[in-house]
Ligand binder design. Structure first.
Ligand code: NAP
Length: 292
């Protein structure tokens, strides 16, 4: 269809705010969903500077933007400007999805839903398992809440900056009765191996970046599954080392796809079937690998 036939006075506009935003995969994912479900809409990236978040949200609301994704570094910064925050997003302390209502935006966190779906699809068992969580930033907050919800037996936080790990621990213990400890990267060798390792650090992110937060390449022997929230590169050094040690390895692509599908469902009141989700995941997975 011609672009001039595609948009009209009734076209709904959706978008993503972040900084930087140029490399976001969300426009491809959301415009694919919009097309598949025959919605008269379009989804666009918006680069928003840190000191303009409030102004941007006011403007987006005034323009009637129907749904917004929020990415780094604004996931916490948007929260004071929202009309209502969903309970799970409030517990996580970060929002990545805004839905327009008549009086303002409602905030949700679909990162946690994407991560949960990725665990389900890839057979990662958390209940009664000992889980090591690398990182203490925004993605770690969502992962830590999910681990508590799914009944992990033990959660070991590992972060470069100990203070941030302590803040994360204190935060989740406000809401959950969980067994949470903190160790440094140097102390990893001195404890019994976990069943599952989840990397939410940005170490190893970006094409050609061959770095891992875990220095010992053989550390993963005896670990069952290793998840990395990164999806560029498709296989990080962490996952490559873990695979060589015989672990099940999962990258962040399914998490990305399913957090986006959950946002789309919230905005449009549509339930995306499992079959459609798998089809979209496969098409975009191929597209993503071709694009590299
Ligand atoms: P963030 O809030 O900036 O946190 C980054 C984390 O990485 C912090 O814990 C930081 O430790 C750690 N880190 C950075 N450089 C390090 C280094 N050289 N050595 C050790 N640790 C280091 O970022 P985020 O939002 O949580 O995102 C983290 C990663 O998850 C990114 O790669 C992002 O793309 C990915 N992610 C993926 C999805 C998905 O859908 N797949 C969704 C969200 C995020 P300090 O506290 O010491 O600084």
């Amino acid at each position: 269809m011609n672009i001039s036939d595609r948009f009209n006075g009734s076209t709904s506009v959706y978008g993503i705010i972040g900084n930087p935003i140029e490399h976001s995969f969300s426009p491809v994912l959301q415009n694919t969903l919009i097309e598949k479900y025959g919605i008269n809409g379009v989804y666009s990236p918006f680069r928003v500077d840190e000191d303009k978040v409030g102004d941007a949200l006011k403007g987006l609301f005034a323009l009637g933007i129907k749904g917004i994704n929020v990415t780094v570094p604004h996931k916490k910064a948007v929260m004071p400007y929202l009309e209502r925050i969903d309970e799970t997003a409030d517990i996580i302390g970060a929002v990545n999805t805004l839905k327009k209502t008549d009086t303002g935006f409602e905030g949700y966190n679909t990162d946690i839903l994407g991560l949960k779906k990725s665990f389900e699809l890839n057979g990662v068992e958390i209940k009664d398992k000992k889980v090591m969580l690398l990182g203490a930033g925004g993605a770690a907050n969502a992962a830590a809440v999910l681990l508590c919800q799914l009944g992990a037996k033990e959660i070991i936080l590992v972060n470069r900056t100990k203070q941030k790990a302590e803040e994360l621990k204190d935060h989740i213990l406000k809401y959950f009765n969980a067994d949470v400890s903190i160790i440094s990267y140097d102390e990893m060798e001195s404890i019994e191996k976990p069943d599952v390792i989840i990397n939410t650090t940005s170490v190893g992110m970006g094409e050609g970046n061959y770095a891992s937060p875990v220095k010992n390449e053989n550390y993963f022997e005896g670990v069952k599954a290793v998840f990395d929230a990164i999806y560029i590169p498709w296989e990080t050094k962490l996952l490559s080392d873990a695979k060589r040690c015989g672990c099940k390895t999962i990258n962040g692509f399914d998490m990305l796809i399913y957090q986006g599908i959950a946002s789309f469902e919230i905005w449009n009141g549509i339930s995306v079937s499992d079959e459609d989700a798998v089809e979209i995941r496969n098409i975009l997975g191929e597209y993503f690998l071709r694009r590299k």
